[in-house]
Write a protein that binds this ligand. Structure first.
Ligand code: ZN
Length: 313
């Protein structure tokens, strides 16, 4: 199964980018005076491509409706990095030129009107620990040394603290409690997914800020899809430990399996008490769309890094 990328013009006038199917949709859209007719064929029609001075970012309608938060997921387009990092590489910990990465950050920050000095980086180790951050953490990882080590997720309820987490196939999970105004970003690779890191984020939102599960809204961002994510038997055994996931593990040829990480995460969140209708899965596979996203598997490890960013304004 291959996931298409589909973008459409939203009320903010973001540009069109998509498949031939979209162009037909757009044509019909015009004839009918502005009604999208084919959106129901796609589950990812809540995705918006934001372009600003050549920088291309994804945003999600589910969160765009809230004026008090800013969010985005970067693509690989619009930066200055070269070769395998071309062009919007967001990782300082690879062999990319630091000045190029800094310029990439400046461009992304300007695109979404966030101050770089507000950014707080995670430092990811494929575990399930989430760090509570606040105004004292601003700038850690980008303009000053960070003591945030070994955390795959960040959470805050403080304004102007921009959470930043990193990806190249792993699953970005954006969480927002609009009632308590709490945000969290989670890096859920397969190990983090097995350890239920997204559920850990929910638990922390609850303990630290009094969030209620049924109020929390979630975006599952671009990441390797079940179309492309094969695992060996030993990894599969880890997934099988969670009984309610069994129906979501896909057998290809008896040796390798295809795993639907996004659906596993969603199932765990619903099991935890989140509402199905509060979770949006964008269903964009980074490997299938490696011209647009850095993909660890798609580029055989030689690739840059994407970032998820979210801030309370
Ligand atoms: Zn794929």
């Amino acid at each position: 199964m291959v996931y298409d990328i589909l973008f459409y013009i939203d009320t903010h006038g973001h540009k069109i980018k998509g498949s031939i199917v979209y162009l037909i949709d757009f044509y019909v859209y015009c004839i009918l005076g502005g009604k999208h007719t084919l959106n129901h064929r796609f589950s990812n029609n809540g995705v918006v491509l934001k372009e600003y001075n050549g920088v291309e970012l994804l945003q999600f309608n589910k969160f765009l409706k809230y004026n008090n938060i800013t969010h985005c997921f970067t693509t690989r387009n619009g930066g200055v990095s070269k070769s395998e990092y071309q062009s919007l590489n967001m990782a300082f910990n690879k062999s990319d030129d630091r000045k190029n990465v800094e310029e990439n950050y400046k461009r992304v920050a300007k695109s979404i009107d966030i101050d770089i000095k507000n950014m707080v980086f995670s430092n990811q180790v494929h575990d399930s620990k989430i760090r509570v951050v606040n105004e004292d953490d601003r700038g850690k990882g980008i303009i000053r040394e960070s003591d945030i080590i070994g955390f795959d997720g960040l959470v805050t309820n403080v304004k102007n603290v921009a959470l930043v987490t990193f990806y190249a196939d792993c699953v970005p999970v954006f969480l927002f409690d609009p009632v308590k105004t709490v945000i969290s970003l989670v890096h859920s690779g397969w190990r983090g997914t097995v350890k239920n890191i997204s559920v850990e984020a929910v638990k922390l939102m609850k303990e630290e800020y009094g969030s209620i599960e049924s109020n929390i809204e979630v975006i599952i961002g671009p990441s390797i899809g079940r179309c492309c994510f094969e695992v060996e038997d030993d990894a599969l055994k880890e997934f099988e430990k969670n009984a309610y996931w069994s129906e979501l593990l896909y057998n290809k040829d008896g040796i390798k399996w295809k795993v639907d990480l996004q659906s596993l995460i969603i199932k765990s969140l619903i099991y935890q008490g989140l509402r199905d209708e509060n979770i949006f899965n964008c269903k964009i596979c980074t490997k299938c769309n490696k011209d647009m996203f850095f993909s660890h598997r798609g580029h055989k490890g030689k690739t840059g890094t994407l970032a998820a960013i979210m801030q309370i304004n």
